[in-house]
Structures are given as structure tokens and as C-alpha cells.
Design a protein around this ligand. Structure first.
Ligand SMILES: *Cc1c(COP(=O)(O)O)cnc(C)c1O
Length: 461
């Protein structure tokens, strides 16, 4: 498989190069040159189906034996044998639990695999990288856990000192691996992000330390997420609808790809919190950026859904020049318009959307708990609320709806306790989180200081 950039001006690359590149050199996002047909299944397990679904995307760079090995190791870290099990909440309502990985969020599904793919490809090439990233708290641990113990990857994650929850901090600082460095910055999350950007913009520093990222625009992350849509959809006798708590659009895009490949999926419901740019887009074809509002579902607090560019490229008939122009205009004006025929073809009948404020999200956690005993986290609760609100199309029921449960409730204990009066407990594998020794350093909000620290911490080739 070869990959092309959504902005049409970067070289075509194979899977391994796309994996390591992340962003394309023209600022675009890599997509496969075509969508392969979903292979018929001889699989009995999640890993077997994962290999079937992903093999066409990674050949010839990774062969079937290698992919099987990487998937087996990645999903052995999950605490449920089905990896992404379905739980029924109501007649036509299910949740798919994507939070059985090491850090309790759905990002583990992709990052446990992508970290291993990085290490494999770098090892084969005799290269190494330093992954740097910034986190406000919830997503740093999934990146750290994904590459912990990798021989050819060092990771430095910057977080704002004193501004993460204790669980969030401990999930990052108690990982006992020599290549992992969680660093507290004397500043805000924005400062951390600015420092990471500045390191990437320092060409000499970037080259010398072989800087890399594993952020959500990396193609391999989207690819790994297509698998659970396929396994869930194939469980039902009729096409299913997925309700997806949405931030950067990576998760729901993976579902759209699974449907393009032929998975029996009817449509997608996008669930947002008060940061509702995608909901407004689906409802009114109006994409206008606004300031981010902090909510109880922080992993969905975004100003722009970066993975949307991949869908836009499709909507533009894979015209990279046109996509580049629209993205440049969006960056300068904060507004993106699409044509009516694009809307009819790509949005209507494929995406519906609903947004919920924090009070409604808490009420949804309480309602589901009262009716079924099931405890949702605030992200997943926007999904079930949307699934229920949009359970009919016109006056027809829309059939089975699967809401993706993107985080374990114990990852957001304050919100859950506020909703149901009970504090959700950490699962057994994290029960000792508060006893483990923390490894962290504190650094000034200063580029030279942070670059010096990165140079000292990371291993040389
Ligand atoms: C990242 C995340 C999301 C949003 O997913 P996107 O792929 O960015 O749309 C939703 N819920 C949780 C818990 C997350 O960590």
C-alpha cells in the first residue's frame, strides 16, 4: 500500500515511512491511495480479526507474521479477553468498552500497537527517535504506556506542574521504564504545547535528537481503531449505528473507513460537549472555530478536529490542492464552508450529531446508573445521551446503536461521584497506583532549559 498526502504536495510513502513521519511534509495528513475491501473473516479472536483488517494497509512493509506478533503483544496488555467487549444497556442500545487497556482510555487500543510498530520499524532500520509531547493530563499516560520499554524510542512528556489530577500524574510518573520521562513544567498546558512546538521548530535540535510524535493525526492510530468497529458491527444481524464521543475526529473517522471498507454500518452519531464545532458542522454545514471551554469531558475539549482533514480530502474528490487551500483559509479565517452536493453525499445519511452541556452529561450518568446499574464516564455519557436522543430517524427506529465507551469511569472519579454519589474504584491492576514510587522532574517554562533536559535524558544512538 502506498500513501498520499491530503494536501497533494508530499512524496508518496509506504506504511513504515508514514508511521514514522506522522505529518506529511506539505502539512497534510497521509491517507492510503485506496480503501481496501474488508477481507472475509476466518477469525475467532480480536487479534486475528485485527490482523485481517490491517494487513492490506501495512504490506509489504510488515508481513503477516510480524503484524500478528505485534498485535498479540499489544492486546495482551488488555484486561478483558475480548479486548473491546459489548455490553447491552437497553433494547437497541449497547456500549462497546474500549477502556480495558493499561491506562483506562480508548487511546490504548491504538497506542499499545503503534508504540510496538515504532520499535519494530526503528530496530529493523537501526534508527532511534525521541518522542516529545505535551499533555493536560488525560492523554499523556496512553502515549507513555504505548512506548514504555521500547528499545529504540525515548519519550519525554511535558505536563503542567500542579494542574493535573493526582491519578493523571501518577499514571505518568509511576511507569518504571528507563526510556520514559514525565516532566513537570512550571507553567500551563498552553506553555507545554508551545515548548513542544518550539522544539520541533528548532531544526538543529530536532535533527540531533530525532524528534518524533505519536499524536492523533498519525495514520497508524486511525488504522488501529478501525478494527473494533468491524468486530462490533459483525456481531449484529443488521447494520449498526455507532455513537462516538468526539474530539479530534480520529475515532469516528476510523469508523467511516471501516464502513468504506464494507463493514455493515448504517451511520454515525457524533457526540460533543460544549465544544461543539463538529456538531454545528453536521447540523448546519458551518464549521467555525471558537475558544475552548473546559468541561467534565476534557479529552473532547477541542477547537478544531484535526483528523477531519482526511474526510475533507475525500469530500473534495481527493483533490489535494483544493484541500490545502481550504485548510489555509480555515487557519486564517476560522471558518470552513462546503458545497451542498458535498453535504448531500458525505454528511447526510452518514453523520448525525448532538452536543450536551455538563449538567446534562451528569444527569445521563445518573439515569443510566439508576436504570441499569452501569457506570459511565463523562465522555461515554455524551455518547449514550446522543444515542438515545437520536434513536429514531424520522419516525423509524434506527436499529441497534453501539456507543463507544472511551474511558473507564475511575479515570474521571470526581464527575462520576458528583453524578451518582459513589466514587468509582480503580480496577485491580491500578489499585497500587498510590503506593508506587513517582519518577519526575520539574523544569522552568523556558525553551533552553527544556531542550537541555531532553538532551540529557534521552539515549544516543
Ligand atoms: C481522545 C478521547 C476522545 C476523543 O477522541 P477523538 O479521536 O479525538 O475524536 C473521547 N473520549 C476520550 C476518553 C478520549 O481520551
Amino acid at each position: 500500500m502506498q500513501y498520499v498526502s491530503s494536501r497533494g504536495a508530499a512524496p508518496e510513502l509506504g506504511f513504515a515511512d508514514v508511521l514514522l513521519a506522522g505529518l506529511a511534509s506539505d502539512g497534510g495528513l497521509y491517507v492510503p491511495e485506496r480503501w481496501p475491501k474488508l477481507p472475509t473473516s476466518a477469525a475467532h479472536t480480536y487479534v486475528e480479526r485485527a490482523v485481517e483488517v490491517m494487513l492490506p494497509f501495512v504490506e509489504p512493509d510488515l508481513d503477516e507474521i510480524t503484524l500478528t506478533h505485534l498485535c498479540s503483544e499489544a492486546y495482551a496488555t488488555f484486561r478483558h479477553p475480548a479486548v473491546a467487549p459489548l455490553v447491552q444497556l437497553d433494547h437497541d442500545q449497547w456500549v462497546q468498552e474500549l477502556f480495558h487497556g493499561p491506562t483506562l482510555a480508548f487511546k490504548d487500543v491504538a497506542l499499545q500497537l503503534v508504540g510496538r510498530m515504532f520499535d519494530h520499524v526503528l530496530g529493523a532500520r537501526g534508527e532511534r527517535v525521541t518522542v516529545v509531547g505535551a499533555t493536560s493530563g488525560d492523554t499523556g499516560s496512553a502515549a507513555i504506556d504505548g512506548v514504555a520499554g521500547c528499545e529504540h524510542v525515548d519519550i519525554v512528556i511535558l505536563y503542567p506542574l500542579g494542574r493535573t489530577s493526582e491519578v493523571q500524574r501518577r499514571q505518568m510518573t509511576t511507569v518504571d521504564a528507563p526510556n520514559v520521562h514525565a516532566v513537570a513544567v512550571e507553567g500551563t498546558f498552553d506553555d507545554c504545547q508551545d515548548l513542544v512546538k518550539a522544539m520541533f521548530n528548532d531544526a538543529a535540535f530536532r535533527e540531533r535528537n530525532r524528534l518524533s510524535a505519536v499524536n492523533s493525526i498519525n495514520w497508524a492510530r486511525v488504522m488501529a481503531q478501525t478494527v473494533y468497529y468491524v468486530t462490533a458491527a459483525e456481531t449484529f444481524a443488521e447494520p449498526v449505528t455507532f455513537s462516538v464521543p468526539t474530539g479530534n475526529f480520529g475515532n469516528v473517522l476510523a469508523g467511516w473507513i471501516a464502513r468504506e471498507m464494507g463493514a455493515p454500518i448504517r451511520e454515525f452519531i457524533l457526540a460533543s460537549n460544549a465544544n461543539d464545532i463538529m456538531t454545528r458542522f453536521v447540523q448546519d454545514a458551518d464549521m467555525t472555530s471558537r475558544d475552548v471551554v473546559p468541561t467534565l469531558s476534557p479529552s473532547m475539549d477541542i477547537q478544531f478536529s484535526s483528523n477531519f482533514e482526511r474526510l475533507l480530502f475525500e469530500m473534495n474528490g481527493r483533490d489535494g490542492g483544493m484541500t490545502a487551500e481550504q485548510m489555509t483559509r480555515f487557519r486564517s479565517t476560522g471558518r470552513l464552508d462546503i458545497e451542498d452536493d458535498q453535504r448531500d453525499r458525505y454528511i447526510s445519511g452518514t453523520f448525525r450529531a448532538a452536543a450536551f452541556d455538563d449538567a446534562t452529561t451528569l444527569a445521563e450518568i445518573e439515569r443510566v446508573h439508576a436504570e441499569t446499574g452501569y457506570v459511565l464516564d463523562p465522555h461515554s455519557a455524551t455518547g449514550t445521551a446522543a444515542a438515545r436522543m437520536l434513536a429514531t430517524v424520522g419516525d423509524r427506529p434506527s436499529g441497534p446503536v453501539v456507543t463507544l465507551a472511551t474511558a473507564h469511569p475511575a479515570k474521571f472519579p470526581d464527575a462520576v461521584e458528583q453524578a451518582i454519589g459513589v466514587r468509582p474504584e480503580l480496577p485491580p491492576h491500578l489499585a497500587d497506583l498510590f503506593e508506587l514510587e513517582e519518577r519526575t522532574q520539574t523544569v522552568a517554562n523556558d525553551l533552553a532549559a527544556v531542550e537541555g533536559l531532553v538532551e540529557r535524558l534521552t539515549r544516543r544512538a
